[in-house]
Design a protein around this ligand. Structure first.
Ligand SMILES: [Zn+2]
Length: 482
């Protein structure tokens, strides 16, 4: 997510939290409380984007027989079939159950569940407080769970399928308004998607498979009268495209002017992209006054009104490496996602000859440090003790103090050494979850002993202290060791 969209989504999401209603109900599969899936309203005349070769088909991970059963539940893959006309869905979840209970527990708070099967047979399950506890008969292998359900249309609340905008929006923990899930940020699964029931004259942009593990807020669909523009392939062969609306041609040209070069820089500098061979930016009609973007890889959403803004395209693309590629272990690690990609966006655009983002970052930093915007500790030391949307951490702080921290570290060890650390960390954690402290520890291995002490000071000043460092503006924008 890009910082400029933060306020809008925050207020909207808080509102939707208040409106969320959970319907506890127990039952065996077959006790249908809503109609079945019904026929698909409207055929899929639109172009389905994606089609990455080798659909995982739900059996990703856990295959190979010899996999050891984990202590805690682990979702391996989720196949999602959505009928946007009938507002029904079918999900195939492959998951290890919790060893001690023999259960798979999924969030279903915004759904009306009509059928649950385990290995194709009617399941013993209970829905209570928005959670479906499903008994799994064989705990020695991942269970295949099929769930049929209906979901609700949302207004401009940024917490589900928003037909007036033509997009889904699930960040940070609203996946259960669209499919059964685990919204904890460390939980990752391969998602496959199919979408039906939309106007056949329109195009639905969504990934048929994410190809590797992703957080629950990453899958998305955008339906609209899109113009698709091919921006070419990176050196590694990843196709870059953009999808926008008639009349946005100039914005699209400006906003994506360096997108292929930025993506090429990310691939060459940080490692191979993990979400397929095709990616790009989709114009999202979030409504007037909504800016920024959302990291729905491989087809990230960029606000209609921000489509001409190179920062947003570069920022959302970078989430393919941090936030989505490497997930955050706790919500308190938000900075590992947002601070890292805020740095990557400025750094990459600088390297490919794009605009200089540092002055605008310093403007934001000024607001934080002078009390005109929220200030807080960028890296709290708890884990999932906060409700992110109702915490000061849901602010510009992790984005901007995070980016400035990295910039200051680059001043100490050099930009290339920092890039090396970001690349090494990505290789070690892609497809998994990590803490920001793990990153700090790795970065310090690139430093001399004296530099390590300096980095410790930077951690204290930028990340562990609410008050801003002295000379914050100069320190954040001046490159001393490029
Ligand atoms: Zn972001």
């Amino acid at each position: 997510m890009t910082s400029s969209h933060r306020r809008q989504a925050a207020s909207a999401s808080i509102l939707s939290l208040l409106l969320a209603t959970l319907a506890p109900a127990c039952g065996d599969s077959g006790t249908s409380s809503t109609g079945g899936t019904g026929g698909s309203g409207g055929t899929t005349g639109g172009t389905t984007t994606g089609g990455t070769a080798g659909s995982t088909g739900g059996a990703t991970g856990g295959t190979g027989g010899a996999a050891q059963a984990p202590e805690a539940q682990d979702i391996l893959s989720t196949d999602i079939a959505l009928d946007l006309g009938n507002l029904t869905g079918a999900a195939k979840v492959v998951a290890w159950p919790t060893k001690a209970t023999g259960q798979v527990t999924l969030e279903v708070g915004g759904l009306t569940v009509s059928e649950v099967l385990v290995e194709g047979a009617a399941a013993d399950y209970m829905v209570d407080q928005g959670m479906a506890a499903i008994h799994v008969t064989d705990g020695t292998k991942p269970a295949t769970i099929d769930i049929k359900y209906s979901f609700q249309e949302k207004g401009d609340t940024f917490d589900g399928w928003m037909p007036s905008s033509g997009v889904t929006f699930l960040w940070p923990y609203f996946c259960s308004n669209l499919f059964p899930c685990d919204s904890h940020p460390d939980d990752g699964a391969v998602f496959t998607m199919s979408v039906t029931g939309y106007d056949p004259g329109l195009t639905a942009v969504y990934p048929t498979t994410t190809t590797s593990d992703a957080p629950s807020y990453m899958p998305a669909v955008a339906v609209g009268d899109f113009i698709k523009q091919d921006l070419g392939k990176t050196t590694a062969g990843t196709s870059i495209s953009s999808w926008f609306f008639a009349g946005q041609e100039a914005d699209a040209a400006a906003g994506t002017a360096n997108l292929k070069a930025v993506f090429d820089f990310y691939e060459k500098t940080y490692g191979p992209y993990s979400f397929g061979k095709e990616t790009g930016s989709v114009s999202a009609k979030w409504g007037p006054g909504a800016f920024g973007g959302m990291e729905h890889h491989p087809y990230v959403h960029v606000a209609f009104e921000d489509f001409g803004n190179e920062e947003v395209h570069a920022h959302e693309a970078a989430h393919g490496w941090y936030g989505d590629g490497v997930r955050i272990a706790c919500w308190e690690d938000f900075m590992l996602s947002e601070g890292t990609v805020t740095y990557m966006a400025a750094h990459s655009l600088e390297r490919v000859g794009g605009p200089n983002l540092w002055p605008s970052y310093v403007d934001s930093l000024d607001l934080i440090c002078t009390g005109q915007d929220v200030n807080t500790v960028a890296l709290p030391d708890t884990c999932n003790a906060i409700d992110l949307l109702n915490d000061p951490l849901w602010s510009l702080v992790p984005y901007i103090k995070g980016a400035c921290f990295y910039e200051d570290v680059a001043d100490v060890i050099g930009q290339d050494a920092l890039d090396g650390a970001l690349s090494e960390f990505y290789a070690a954690h892609v497809g998994g979850a990590a803490h920001m402290q793990d990153m700090i520890d790795l970065v310090k291995t690139k430093a001399t002993q004296a530099q390590q002490a300096t980095i410790d000071t930077l951690v204290t000043e930028w990340l562990r202290t609410e008050a801003c460092p002295a000379n914050y503006a100069t320190r954040c924008s001046t490159h001393q060791n490029p």
